[in-house]
Structures are given as C-alpha cells and as structure tokens.
Write a protein that binds this ligand. Sequence first.
Ligand SMILES: C[S@@+](CC[C@H](N)C(=O)[O-])C[C@H]1O[C@@H](n2cnc3c(N)ncnc32)[C@H](O)[C@@H]1O
Length: 281
Amino acid sequence: MKVINSEYKKRNMKIWNEVAPRYHKRWASVNKGPFQSTKKLIELMKINEKNLVLDVACGTGVVTKQIQKKVGKSGQVVGIDTSTTAIKIAKKENKKNKNLDFLNADAENFSFSKKFDIVTCQYALFFFPNAQKALKNIKNNLKKSGSIGISVHGSNENVPFFSSILDSATKYIPDYIPPGTPNLDRFGTKSALKIEVRKAGFSNIVTKEFIFKYSPGKFEDYWKNYIKYIAKPLKEKLNALEYSKRKEFKNSVKEKTLQYTKRNGDIIFPWQVLILTAKNN
Ligand SMILES: C[S@@+](CC[C@H](N)C(=O)[O-])C[C@H]1O[C@@H](n2cnc3c(N)ncnc32)[C@H](O)[C@@H]1O
C-alpha cells in the first residue's frame, strides 16, 4: 500500500506541476466552474479579523487570497500544496500581501509551531491517498476551538463535466486510470464525507450540497478544451488510440452530453459540490 501510495503521489505531483498554470487560467483566476463554490466556503467558515488560517492543498492560492481579505492585516494565512508550480504562481500573484505565506508541504505530513483557528481544503481531500492521515494531521494543527471547511465534488453522476469523458475514457483506454489511483469521487456523497471526517475525531459536522451550472460551450469546445487542459500522459494515451476507436470514444462522450445540450447546441452541465464544516471538539 505504501509503495503504491508514494508512486501515486509522485505521479499526481507531476500532473499538478504541469496542469497548475492552465487550471489557474481556466478556472481558478476567473471563479468559473467549481470555483463558484469558493464564496460559499468562505461564508460558511465565518472568518474573522486576527484569525490564523491554513489552506491545505491551496493550489495557485485563489481560495487563500479570499481568506486573506477576511482576516485583514491583523490575521495570518498560510497556504500549503505539494505542487511547486502551483506554489510559485500563488507567491507571484500575492507578492504584496505580507500576512499571506505559501509553502510546499504534503497534507499528510505537515506541522506548524502555531495552531490554526480555521483550516480549509477545497477540492483536494479525494487526492490524498491516506485521507485519514491528512484529516488527523489537520486536527493536530488546529486550536481546540478551531474549525474546518472542506469542499469536494459530488459523486460521478452529479458532475457530468468529468464523468461524461471519464466514463468513456476508462472504457476505451483500460489503463487511463493507473492502478493505485484513489477513487476521486469517494467522498462525493454527504454520508461518505461525514463518516471520513467523524472518524478523524471532528464533531458538529454539517454537510451542505450546492448545485452550480457550468457551460463549457458547444460539444466541440468541451471536447477540444478538455483534451487541451489535461496532463500530457493522458493526452498521449488518447492520441495513441486508433482513429476509429477515437471516433467511437468521442461519439460515446457526445451521447452522454446530449441530455445537457440546449437547442442552440450549448451544453449546460449541473455541478454538484459538497461543503462540510466541523469543529475540532
Ligand atoms: C483541484 S486542485 C485545488 C487547488 C485549490 N484548493 C483550489 O481550489 O484552487 C488540487 C490540489 O491538491 C494538491 N495536492 C494533491 N495532493 C496533495 C497532497 N498530498 N498534499 C498537498 N497538496 C496536494 C495539488 O497539487 C493541487 O494543487
């Protein structure tokens, strides 16, 4: 298990180093797609001035920056992520904010000398192979009165932006998802998410569901952009498919998107997001 986890982590780190600039440009910096939920997460956390906040798996620092606006000059915010590229972007975009720091650290293995009032984690819990370890680690770095806020995508069928392509990809490219990859929708139901967080010792757990809309444009835009924004190894696997198989694959994706396609050809996907809040004790 340990070997598989460390191989997966290396692979995931490489992917995020490659994908981070595109992810930042396409989603994070423009508050589109799943980023419509960031505002909800920040509201639910009731962040005050002077708070010391940690943003775990902060990516390019978009959520972290929103938090910094809430804590004002008297608070302090730290963002950690394993992707060196993401942290570089976060630092570059936030040079002026003195009370905002970004560091490379693993969610499962970090430790700070000070304890935090609040810890947030947007769209990353499912990437941690040992999510329990990460949650317990978060708990250890939280004040007794502290709270956490965790956002995850809903289950596959409720996030057709991903599943329309992924379901077909796994059918046409059997090794599309390498062995050892954690199931990315394993916390995609209220109960699964709650059980995991409760197991780590948190209390007062509340999980809210939000459904946003996202239009990736017409089918050809969706297809083209999805391929453009995925990491190189996946693109290579797709390109290695025989022409006829690739066509079949594309058609099967198109079929899945039909139920979300309007008369003018625009696809409008629903996007389910779960946001969990909990207390340390
Ligand atoms: C979907 S992005 C979300 C980034 C950010 N929270 C946001 O919402 O913009 C997932 C992030 O998790 C990070 N990540 C994955 N595994 C990690 C780990 N074990 N420790 C810390 N960060 C990790 C990736 O590098 C990536 O930046």
